[in-house]
Structure formats: structure tokens, C-alpha cells
Ligand binder design. Structure first.
Ligand code: TXA
Ligand code: MG
Length: 326
């Protein structure tokens, strides 16, 4: 099959068209409040297999399943009281829960594990799409495996456009980094598997936090997909500390600061927000990296974010992007 994905405005007719693609077992690009997803029918093994193929993702890396409501999710996963408490506070939204799965979820979705990662997304376009369907959508981020996640429909078109029929346009993703993943199978010891827009502080599970960057690649296999070298653009990334300057930036290298610097030396200086607002930094991070990656810089120096709230997720993604050795 050869496609050139059309970017579709979220009109009622286009939502129906995308729903038809999904009912027919195709996979499509969808907007979420975190990053764009590559969605397919989570209950149809052939569609799920197509997701892995289109993304070039190894089958050992399980997918997140997206539902229109908690009620829909309870048919496929086993909730405990702690999970319901978090659902009450954070759904619909950027919180993914890992819970024990029910048999209705194909093993292919969970890489054979007895647990499933689930969320009810808050993006109104994605939500409307889910409401049209009588099945949930499995959706990883809509980037080729190992590359930076997409935050615009155009990012998806540029990388996966030849392999999917359509991308539903929902504008620039609000958060700009992937959802927070919390393993809640044991309600007494919740674990943050991936930091995201919903911070450890907000979740109130600071002490049990295990951020994936603290683990090595060997142990990451037990939480598949948390590999250190991830989110990497083609251009090598070097990090420098919050509040400092890059150590040795040279010509043909770009520098990205959190906030607009007081004095700007050279033309290859960029910033993620006017005044260092962490949500704005996250929102713009992948967008700016993808833009600069399309240029011809030999290296991109990026300032780490302040390490709290969504800044923890920003630093997690930056550390992975910088782990690539060329
Ligand atoms: O914001 C997001 O979460 C986006 C949007 C599209 O929803 N999705 C996303 O999916 O980031 P993906 O596939 O790029 O990342 C999902 C992560 C992977 O690292 C995977 O290993 C982990 O979730 N995961 C999935 N199922 C799991 C499970 N049962 N146990 C532990 N980790 C799991
Ligand atoms: Mg991803």
C-alpha cells in the first residue's frame, strides 16, 4: 500500500471519514493533548500489527489504549480504588495508568504482558472520534521508532505520510510531551514509569517515583520502551545546565535556551518561552527541535529545564535525545 496522508480538518464529515478508516482496520494519525498518536482498533490484531509496522516499532514494546470514558475502560482493565481516585482527578487528560488487563485486550497490544496501559484523552477532537467508535484505540506516538514525537499534523505527514491514509488535524498539541505513566497494579506502591505533564507533586506519589532515566537499558526491558536512546533527532544534541551557557558552541551550531536571553549573540540562538514558563517550554520543545533538525546544524545545544513539574518530563526527554551517539 502506498499513501500520501491527507491532513484533515476536524469537521464532522472528516471525523466520520477517519472513523471509517479505523472501522476498516486502517491506522491514522490523531491529535491528542500530549503528542500526535498513530491510532488503530485496539481489539483488532491486524490493525494493531499495522501500527507496529508503520512505526517500525519492535513487538516487545507495548501500546497505550485510549478510551472515550472510564466506563468503556472498565470493560478491559481491572481498576482498584487508588486508580479510581486518580481517574477522578486527572481524566480526561495526560495520565496513563498501567493496570491488570482483562482478556479482551489482545496480547499483541501489551507485548504479552498481563498489564495494559490505558488513558482517556482530553483533546476534544480525539474524544469526538473515540465517541463515534465502538472499540478503543491503541496509539503510540506517531513518530518513526526512536525519533522525536510529533506535536503538529505536519510532523506526522513528513515522517509517516507515505504509510497512512490520513491525519486528523487538531492543531499544536497543548502539552508537547507524552503522558505521565503510572503503574498502579499495586495500589500501595504506585510507580511513575514515565514523567509527563501530570507531575509527581500533583499525583502525590513523590517518594515512590522511579523515573526511567534512573534505570539502565537492561532493566528498562522490564518496562519496555523506556530505552535510554529515544526521542533522538538526526542532529546530535548536547545539554547544558539550567541558568548557564553552553560550554563550547561553535559555528553552525544552534543554542536553545529556556527563556529569551538578555543579550543575544549570533543568529543561531533560540528560546522555548519568553520568560521561562515550564508549560510553554514543554509545548514548544519538540516543535523547535524538529524545526532545527530539518536544517543543517552540526549540533544543537539545549538548556535543561528547571527540574520540577513538567520540567522533569522535559529533562527526561532531553536526556534521551542527547544519549544518541553518532
Ligand atoms: O501521550 C502519550 O502517552 C502518547 C499519546 C499518543 O497518547 N502515546 C505514547 O505512546 O507516548 P508510546 O507508545 O510512544 O509510549 C508508550 C509507553 C511505551 O514506553 C511503552 O513501553 C509503555 O508506554 N507501556 C505501554 N504499555 C505498558 C505496560 N503494560 N507496562 C509498562 N509500560 C507500558
Ligand atoms: Mg513514543
Amino acid at each position: 500500500m502506498s499513501f500520501q496522508a491527507e491532513i484533515l480538518a476536524p469537521s464532522e464529515a472528516n471525523l466520520e471519514r477517519v472513523a471509517d478508516y479505523l472501522r476498516g482496520g486502517q491506522v491514522v494519525g490523531v491529535p491528542t493533548e500530549t503528542v500526535y498518536g498513530l491510532a488503530g482498533n485496539a481489539l483488532d490484531e491486524a490493525a494493531v500489527r499495522k501500527i507496529f509496522e508503520v512505526k517500525g516499532r519492535p513487538l516487545i514494546d507495548p501500546l497505550i489504549v485510549h478510551f472515550s470514558s472510564l466506563q468503556a475502560a472498565t470493560k478491559h482493565a481491572i481498576f482498584n480504588d487508588r486508580a479510581l481516585e486518580l481517574v477522578e482527578r486527572f481524566w480526561p487528560g495526560a495520565l496513563t495508568l498501567v493496570l491488570a488487563k482483562k482478556p479482551s485486550i489482545p496480547d499483541l497490544v501489551t507485548a504479552g504482558m498481563p498489564s495494559v496501559a490505558i488513558r482517556v484523552p482530553g483533546h476534544p477532537v480525539f474524544h469526538s472520534l473515540l465517541e463515534k467508535l465502538d472499540f478503543p484505540l491503541a496509539a503510540p506516538s506517531a513518530n518513526p521508532f526512536g525519533y522525536v514525537s510529533p506535536t503538529l499534523a505536519e510532523h506526522v505527514q513528513a515522517t509517516l505520510g507515505e504509510r497512512i491514509p490520513a491525519i486528523l488535524d487538531g492543531g499544536a498539541c497543548q502539552h508537547g510531551v507524552e503522558s505521565t505513566i503510572v503503574d498502579l497494579r499495586d495500589p500501595d506502591t504506585p510507580k511513575i514509569l514515565r514523567p509527563g505533564p501530570i507531575s509527581a507533586e500533583a499525583l502525590g506519589i513523590l517518594s515512590a517515583t522511579i523515573t526511567s532515566s534512573a534505570k539502565d537499558d537492561a532493566s528498562a526491558q522490564s518496562a519496555p520502551g523506556m530505552l535510554t536512546q529515544h526521542y533522538s533527532p538526526r542532529t546530535p544534541i548536547t545539554l547544558f545546565n539550567h541558568g548557564s551557557q553552553p560550554r563550547d558552541s561553535a559555528e553552525n551550531e544552534a543554542v536553545i535556551f529556556n527563556a529569551k536571553p538578555e543579550t543575544i549573540i549570533g543568529s543561531d540562538v533560540f528560546w522555548l518561552s519568553e520568560n521561562g514558563d515550564l508549560n510553554e517550554i514543554a509545548h514548544n520543545l519538540f516543535m523547535l527541535i524538529q524545526k532545527l533538525d530539518a536544517g543543517s546544524y552540526a549540533r544543537i545545544h539545549v538548556e535543561r529545564a528547571a527540574a520540577y513539574e513538567i520540567g522533569v518530563a522535559v529533562n527526561d526527554r532531553l536526556t534521551r535525545a542527547a544519549a544518541k551517539r553518532l
